[in-house]
Design a protein. Structure first.
Length: 65
């Protein structure tokens, strides 16, 4: 996450593209994303590329009001 942020400035990208949604491969990445002031929409249960792709492929239901 640190390398991605160093190159692309995640908070700046999120301000420029507010429709952008984030996905995390696991708890450490989620913590790093939150430390930057952002939040992932989903986090993989299985912390592998396959787990990340699997969670991205599933439809996301909006939070209950």
């Amino acid at each position: 996450m640190e390398h991605f942020h160093a190159r692309f400035d995640l908070p700046g990208m999120h301000l420029k593209f507010p429709q952008m949604r984030l996905a995390s491969i696991g708890p450490e990445t989620t913590a790093a994303i939150k430390k930057l002031g952002c939040a992932p929409l989903v986090e993989a249960r299985v912390h592998t590329i396959e787990g990340l792709v699997g969670v991205i492929e599933k439809p996301v239901r909006p939070p209950a009001a």
